[in-house]
Design a protein around this ligand. Sequence first.
Ligand SMILES: C[S@@+](CC[C@H](N)C(=O)[O-])C[C@H]1O[C@@H](n2cnc3c(N)ncnc32)[C@H](O)[C@@H]1O
Length: 361
Amino acid sequence: MSEQQLQASKQQITNQVKDYYSNSLNSSADLKTSACCPAQAPPGYLAPLLDNIHPQIKDSFYGCGSPLPLAAEGCTVLDLGCGTGRDVYLLSQLVGETGEVIGIDMTDRPLDIARSHIDWHCDRFTYANPNMRFKKGNIENLTSCGIKDNCIDIIISNCVINLSPDKEAVFKEIYRVLKPGGELYFSDVFADRRLPANLQQHKVLLGECLGGALYQGDFDLMMRKVGLTDHRIVSKRPLTVEDKTLHALTGSTQFYSVTVRSFKLRFEPRRENYGQFARYLGTIIHSPDSFALDQQLQFKAEVPVSIDGNTAMILNHSRLAQHFKVHGETELHYGRFDARFDAPADGKLTTASTATSGSCC
Ligand SMILES: C[S@@+](CC[C@H](N)C(=O)[O-])C[C@H]1O[C@@H](n2cnc3c(N)ncnc32)[C@H](O)[C@@H]1O
């Protein structure tokens, strides 16, 4: 395919998506699949915040997860593909009046709905001034929306990147605009394989976030290529295609809704063991007893947990640093990180392999 043909095909996908979100959907009741609606109830602490959201905004929410990170007070957050703005209005409450949330979308219709409720939400949140803005633009080119280099603390996105015909451009822009130590935290649809071209362009499959689903293998490489070299799975749940016609097309392909987090930091290519451990101080609002960095790594308040060098980097150099005490440096290396390490109460580390002695056997 020539460069010209490639650009034309990308533009066609963008136009198709824009048309879907302008003309085919009025509310989540119009969706033909369940990909763009989270099956799980959002975390409990969000319930009172959701009560503060206008009904029209809640009815026109098409996300597939809850990419709403904790410890966001005072942060500047960017929502890529904000739609009618449900997550922007939730984050507006999480960042508080000193923070800022910018929603970006390429389609006028959802943006008009989002903007029409700014005053209503400011009254509801008792904010003197709006801390949220909605901008029109393409997430592949954030410069066109005036987003400068290294200026965003957190980027979220809910069921949007799959819709982009140029995902690598989106991740490059994410890397560019994040501050050092900033975080990408997004939910999206993944598939266990690359879909054939006819499914990628199918009007409903594309519009409802299945046709452009990210293939994990390609995603991992793309993230590394743009510089986001360590990403973590926060949650993952399978999606089902109930519609018989669509199911016949997708066959045995397994789709997932996945929430991923990654930080703009200089990581090592692999997780290495320097004998470090960390304690969560219990200071994050809405989560005083425990904090989950990802599916595997859960911290209970004040309990030391053994961590690899990259995790130490996150806990020392991101906005999470004020909520953790990391013990140990990186001058001594003990090989590749092994999750079997446990930190006992006296702080001295032991492993399953060191608990029983024995050399040369
Ligand atoms: C599935 S909806 C999700 C909307 C919103 N995140 C939510 O959770 O309700 C996808 C949205 O992404 C927008 N979108 C898709 N591709 C885009 C792109 N390349 N640039 C900007 N917006 C895009 C669409 O206009 C649509 O509003």
